[in-house]
Design a protein around this ligand. Structure first.
Ligand SMILES: C[S@@+](CC[C@H](N)C(=O)[O-])C[C@H]1O[C@@H](n2cnc3c(N)ncnc32)[C@H](O)[C@@H]1O
Length: 257
């Protein structure tokens, strides 16, 4: 191979329903191997180090379509008359990674987006790829964000928050998600997705978050859809649920010290 990637998945489909696979990749430039490693699909810090690897694994090889699907779900809600004005407001893309969700938001006409991720390498990967979708890209842990991060987000004043493929699997803890929602005001919108297995096994912490949000009537869910997030290396469908909701009452910020 002259340029590009070759990838081999080393673990069968046994664990892939959990969305974690082990793979070996090689990156070629001018016919030579320039990067090579064995990684797990959730080692984002390592994956982001290699330009284009994230997109190659998840989007080209495993046909992930959550970025388009979730932005499509959100767009449907935004096109409703009562939510239409929000299209011109600031959006917050939480767990922004290499910026694919930001690109989709730009395609539907969103002009101001804050990208936010916990990993500096996510922002570096976005910048290396020449990303221009975000007005600003913040690096912080929303479980316990710095005052400066909170202040910056408040100055931008987002009215829509989206988080795609970042919740669950010990990635984003519920408190961080709660804190993202706390930046929104009544009638603002949010969208997120979660692996259907997490929801259906009835034990996971995110079930509690969703029931709590529904139960306390601080949010109203406008849309919920089950869809194919991506495929496992062996071609099995990995199903996710997408949610779009509206804030009814302000959600309080919860700092974890
Ligand atoms: C699977 S990637 C999804 C990236 C992007 N949303 C997409 O759809 O391509 C999950 C992202 O969530 C980020 N993440 C994990 N925990 C986080 C946290 N506590 N706060 C912010 N981002 C976090 C990871 O660093 C990673 O970039």
């Amino acid at each position: 191979m002259q340029n590009g990637f070759s990838i081999e998945f080393l673990e069968g489909d046994g664990r892939s329903q959990q969305g974690v696979e082990t793979f070996h990749f090689q990156r070629f430039k001018g016919g030579k191997i320039v990067n090579e490693a064995t990684l797990k699909t959730h080692q984002y810090g390592e994956i982001y180090k290699v330009p284009g690897l994230y997109e190659f694994i998840f989007y080209e090889t495993l046909q992930c379509r959550s970025h388009t699907f979730m932005v499509g779900m959100l767009e449907k809600a935004l096109r409703q008359e009562e939510n239409n004005g929000l299209l011109k407001s600031t959006f917050l893309d939480f767990g922004a990674g290499t910026g694919l969700v930001g690109e989709e938001l730009r395609k539907i006409g969103v002009e101001r987006i804050i990208g936010l991720d916990i990993l500096p390498r996510a922002m570096e990967a976005y910048q290396t790829a020449g990303g221009t979708s975000y007005e600003i890209y913040l690096i912080d842990n929303m479980s316990n964000p710095k005052k400066q991060t909170v202040q910056t987000i408040m100055e931008y004043g987002p009215h829509v928050a989206i988080t795609v493929s970042a919740l669950g699997f010990n990635d984003v803890p519920p408190v961080a998600f709660n804190n993202v929602l706390s930046f929104l005001a009544p009638n603002d919108l949010f969208a997120f997705n979660l692996c259907s297995k997490i929801l259906e096994n009835g034990q996971a912490e995110y079930n509690e978050v969703i029931s709590a949000l529904e139960g306390c009537r601080k949010v109203e869910f406008l849309d919920k859809q089950k869809y194919v997030h991506r495929y496992s290396p062996g071609g099995k469908e990995i199903l996710y649920h997408g949610f779009v909701g509206k804030i009814i009452e302000p959600i309080s910020f919860n700092r974890v010290e």
